[in-house]
Design a protein around this ligand. Structure first.
Ligand code: LMR
Length: 366
């Protein structure tokens, strides 16, 4: 696979160089002769390339299509279980034709690299949190707006509607296809000191995902947001390089953040939701019948993962409570209103980038 990729990228690079030279030859009459020679060379190269690809198709026809699925969370999370379910379904239905390889816990790529790797063909499926797509589209920033969705049911309702569905295609021009949204759950705030009201977060350092909306949310609290990969969060918390972080019950439990954070405030102020995505080149390169089977398995796995997410939100919260390693703070209505008042003005700042109609449609799903 690697060799094939290197050969392919070398070929692409060569083609670019040749294309550039070819363009400048046309501009200059003096180089007309050179242009004709170049045309002949190009013709020869295209034949060689065609032969090379035809040969590689013949060779690869016998081998199964490999789908590398890279993610950053543990296997006992909604995403981890969804990925494993997908592998099991494909193994059962497409044995010998498709092979799924799952790489959990940032083993293959961290969340700051996986989309680039996908565009290069080094990984084929991933499901990054919606906060991690800002380089590719500003539309998905919607899901980071604090206190936009009151529940995961509202998220589901919005994503199933026309406005939500259209977001799946928001990165097509960049070479990425969104296949399905996948849920994790509502976010809580953990810290090394009790956070009851927004003023308690003043001056504290929080790890955030790579999202300008999340940065603005913490700036609104007069706190210091730090964009860091998920794989670094535990150590940053343990060494007290940061004071806190925001995440779902399942991530706080599976990555043991609760063991190094003495307080968790049950804010439900935002969501961690995912987009299962692939590269257009890889997806459309699969034979149509195989693609349809793979998509069917993926849809079933995502439905299964969403079921796991609903259960984990309750079960992992309970496990954290039972561990007695951390204190869970429940907000009064008046305290909660204070968080809403401070964080909600962030919406206005991103209204242009996200589109007011998208924000209104999302809010209406509550
Ligand atoms: C994060 O905090 O980076 C998580 O959202 C990771 C994940 O994929 O759930």
């Amino acid at each position: 696979m690697k060799k094939e990729y290197i050969r392919k990228s070398m070929w692409l690079r060569k083609r670019n160089i040749i294309d550039c030279r070819y363009g400048s030859d046309i501009d200059s009459k003096r180089n007309l002769k050179g242009g004709i020679k170049m045309k002949n060379k190009l013709f020869l190269i295209s034949i060689l390339v065609a032969v090379f690809f035809a040969a590689s198709v013949v060779v690869s026809a016998a081998k199964p299509i490999v789908i590398k699925f890279s993610h950053v969370v543990a296997e006992n999370t909604p995403k981890g279980q969804m990925a494993n379910k997908f592998k099991a379904l494909v193994d059962e239905r497409l044995a010998g034709k498709v092979e799924v390889q799952v790489f959990p816990n940032s083993q293959l790529f961290g969340d700051n690299k996986v989309l680039e790797a996908m565009l290069l063909g080094d990984v084929h499926l991933a499901a990054p949190a919606l906060s991690k797509f800002e380089k590719y589209t500003t539309k998905l920033m919607l899901f980071d707006l604090p206190f936009l969705f009151a529940s995961m049911d509202a998220v589901e309702k919005y994503q199933k509607g026309p406005a939500g569905k259209s977001l799946l295609d928001s990165m097509k021009k960049k070479g990425l296809i969104g296949l399905r949204f996948l849920h994790n759950g509502l976010k809580q705030l953990s810290a090394n000191s009790p956070l009851r009201v927004p003023a308690d977060a003043d001056g504290k350092k929080f790890r955030i995902m790579t999202s300008d909306v999340l940065a603005a949310q913490f700036h609104a609290l007069n706190a210091i947001p730090l964009k860091k990969p998920f794989s670094e969060v535990f150590t940053l918390l343990q060494t007290k390089a940061i004071d806190g972080q925001e995440n779902t019950w399942s991530n706080i439990y599976s990555k043991k953040f609760f063991e190094v954070q003495p307080y968790i405030t049950e804010t439900d102020h935002g969501i961690v939701d995912y987009l299962v995505c692939t590269s257009t080149e890889f997806w459309m390169g699969m034979p149509a019948d195989i693609r349809a089977e793979v998509e069917k398995a993926l849809n079933e796995a995502v439905d299964f993962g969403n079921g796991v997410s609903a259960k984990k939100a309750v079960e992992d919260r309970k496990k954290i409570v039972d561990s007695k390693r951390t204190k869970i703070l429940t907000l009064t209505d008046a305290e909660r209103q204070q968080w809403i008042k401070v964080m909600k003005p962030v919406w206005k700042k991103f209204e242009k980038k996200i589109g007011k109609e998208n924000i209104d449609a999302a809010f209406a799903s509550n």
